[in-house]
Design a protein. Structure first.
Length: 182
């Protein structure tokens, strides 16, 4: 494995340090579609350096089941992911977006569906029995708009049985961003 990776690395041409600041940022505008982290947001899993644009392979490091995500990304034609407080996946088309939404919100043994945010079309929200290992989210909501799928997560409320209102507000805000800009 190391020999294969070494061969691939040898093929790469590094960008000269002096040219890095001249590179265009977010030419596909994917980050403008991802809900931004509010300053002082409690419980945000991402460190500032993890916020950004990822290829499907790079995004696998943040998925709760990388094996399932690998197959789902390939099936949906995911070619770009923007990650901030919301994660936005760009798929091949609308049908592919719905397949990805289904894969990202598949219910585990003791997981349950929870109510979708009011007024948000094409959303699917779930409560995980065990918090996901990467973000430590207990709730996930995946929304489809056009060829995009956006996912919002939240930790368990103190009651542990229902997501806090902020979860639904963030999901509605994420959907609004997609609807206006997607």
């Amino acid at each position: 494995m190391l020999q294969l990776q070494d061969a691939r690395l040898a093929e790469l041409n590094p960008t000269p340090v002096d040219d890095i600041l001249d590179l265009p940022l977010d030419t596909d505008r994917i980050m403008s579609l991802a809900l931004r982290t509010a300053k002082g947001s409690p419980g945000i899993f991402l460190r500032e350096e993890n916020i950004g644009i990822y290829s499907p392979a790079g995004q696998l490091h943040f998925e709760r089941d990388a094996a399932v995500a690998t197959i789902a990304f390939a099936d949906a034609g995911v070619d770009l992911v923007g990650q901030n407080d919301g994660t936005v996946y760009r798929t091949r088309d609308l049908a592919a977006a719905f397949r990805l939404q289904t894969a990202l919100t598949v219910l585990g043994r003791n997981d349950e569906e929870v109510a979708d945010p009011a007024g948000v079309a094409d959303a699917r929200c779930i409560q995980l029995d065990e918090a996901e290992p990467i973000r430590n989210d207990k709730y996930l909501c995946a929304m489809v708009f056009g060829r995009y799928v956006a996912v919002i997560g939240a930790n368990a409320a103190f009651s542990g049985n229902t997501p806090e209102a902020a979860f639904y507000q963030r999901a509605a805000a994420q959907y609004s961003i997609l609807a206006k800009n997607g």
